[in-house]
Design a protein around this ligand. Sequence first.
Ligand code: S3P
Length: 186
Amino acid sequence: MQHIGIMSSRFEGDNIILIGFMGAGKSTVGRELERLGGMCLIDLDSVIVQLAGYSIPEIFAAEGEESFRDYEAAALRSLVGVHRTVIATGGGIIGREENWKIMHQLGPIVYLRAAWVTLRRRLAGSQGRPLADAGLELPQVEELWRRRLPLYEQADISVDTDDLNAPEVAMSILQKIGRREGNINA
Ligand code: S3P
């Protein structure tokens, strides 16, 4: 298995935190980083579902968004102590200051940037996303994206994903955070 050695210590933790709007490709790129780098992958939405005991649309419907955000923050906190793990977050993780503190502690925060046209295309037919499903009109989703943009831009590293495939995005991330593949036979 390939391992990635840490070439730089400018980040607190040795994980990689992926942030970005719904449809940015966080889970797909996470799987590429897992494959390329011999890292583990945790999808934060899955941790939330485990914590809450029911699905994300069910949490939104039964308890509302604030409660979902509480589960989300708790799920993130539960990851303190993990190592060499790619954490694919949900698009709204950037809304709470406390989440930023934890993310910084975990490792470099990487923003998967994408233009609205790209996101709109990727979100077409999306299911299981209460904030982007049929219930919300597209202009409202775009407005949400616009409001969040300055927050995403606070990431440590950004990658423009519009013209890249998932392996290219993953390689670009590894280059930017200063990690190299090594110990190929380890
Ligand atoms: C959300 C994004 C979703 C999920 C939830 C809320 C958001 O994750 O956490 O539906 O607020 O943007 P993805 O970004 O993985 O779709």
